[in-house]
Design a protein around this ligand. Sequence first.
Ligand SMILES: Cc1cc2nc3c(=O)[nH]c(=O)nc-3n(C[C@H](O)[C@H](O)[C@H](O)COP(=O)(O)OP(=O)(O)OC[C@H]3O[C@@H](n4cnc5c(N)ncnc54)[C@H](O)[C@@H]3O)c2cc1C
Length: 467
Amino acid sequence: MFGISKLVTIWHAVWAYLLLPNMGISQTEVDTDAIYGMQSRIRTLLPVMTEQSDYFSNYKLNLYRAECPLWDNDNAMCSSQGCAVDTLEENEVSDVWKRFSDVDPSSKKNETKCNWEHNSQLDYCYLDEVSSEQDCVFVSLVNNPERFTGYSGDHTAAIWRNIYEQNCFVVDDDESLKEKSRRESFYKPGMYPFQLSPKEDDILTISPSVASQEKRMLNKIISGFHASISSHICENYYDTNRNRWTRNLECWLAKVGNYPERIENIFFNYALLHQAFVRIADQLVEMENNSTSSFCPDNLAIDARTKLAFDNLAFIAQQDRKVIMSSKFFADEESQKFKETFRKHFHDVSRIMDCVGCDKCRLWGKLQITGYGTALKLLFEPETQLNDLRPSEIVALVNTFDRIAHSVQSSFWFQLRRRADLSVKFIQFVIALSFKAPTREILSFFAEQLWYIFYAILYICNVPRLI
Ligand SMILES: Cc1cc2nc3c(=O)[nH]c(=O)nc-3n(C[C@H](O)[C@H](O)[C@H](O)COP(=O)(O)OP(=O)(O)OC[C@H]3O[C@@H](n4cnc5c(N)ncnc54)[C@H](O)[C@@H]3O)c2cc1C
């Protein structure tokens, strides 16, 4: 009755259903499958840096004293325990970071071959390490992981609304208009937009058709950044009923999964950071040829394992060279002129991070915006050299890459989970129609376990885009 070919067809149909459809990522040269593959190749290297290295697992920032451009910061601080950040005492700061804080800039320059005369003209972000070093504190990123903190409500809505309304652009196409109409749901009775100081280049005065590629890119980066934060919240969600940390599928669907463009923007951000590492790899090769130091700080300050992981990360990224063609952006005269506005808007977003009323969210918000700003600087400011980057920029870049890689992975697992859940529900429905108790209950129980069987099959079959 059931020939081999029919079985094979069913087998293929099951796999096609289980695996996720491949999607192109606009403004890049790749699709989601390619990104899953790229992400799986570097996946073991990132934790070596972000979790095990003294240099990449610490961060220096002005966490408490920076001024919020929108309102008085003291008004809305989150008092939840989940928002608290443990800063490092002086004796806990790793030696590698102490090196840069203790000695005066001129001796630092000789010691590390870094270009400490920072050219802030090229910056896309407000850099605490440059602008307010005296107010900076050190934190361990491992001890203060990004996760659900309970920070929400009108305060967060006002911050996101400001970011989208004041700093993103209206682009003349259907996709962004759809997102814009959704943005109108920001408004709740009694809420009014907070105003940044008026800009001469106010978004409303810039014609939607000018530099539309670049505007779309900025909108994507911000939306991808937001979707990535949401993914981490749902991936590390605190279930108060069961008193434990868990993955929360409903949370992910509500914040990310039900909006395909948000998933796509996560992948876009991954592509952007990947391309920044390709540029780093090119510079590492040049440096090797000229036998200059590798990156700032150089080998003297960084342990061999960290240095090796960093170099490997860049060289593996280099194997997929053409992910985002940076030469296609800011290419004509009009968009070249627009670059200044683009940089200013991104810079303002980085300042808005100081308005975030939850310490831990502010820490990770600031770090990730600095990471994206560093990637933009590497890709669109050709004169930027690795040695010009400050430690906080390099550390932010690596950690942001790690964060977005997690979001790509989360999107895989959550989408798979959703499919498995739907399958289980369907099977249970068929069982309920076909059997009577107690067979119905027994079969229903086994159907519930299907999810774990799916998992096992995926692992055993070594699905390439997963492993
Ligand atoms: C910089 C920053 C960092 C944060 N970090 C954390 C954290 O580490 N842990 C934590 O628990 N909370 C954090 N929060 C709060 C968190 O982002 C949410 O604001 C909060 O969970 C409330 O979520 P919500 O579902 O009401 O919608 P929000 O995420 O607040 O979104 C507000 C509105 O924005 C629109 N929107 C949502 N996502 C996108 C997107 N990707 N693209 C375009 N539009 C979108 C939707 O219309 C939505 O209604 C942070 C907030 C900020 C501003």
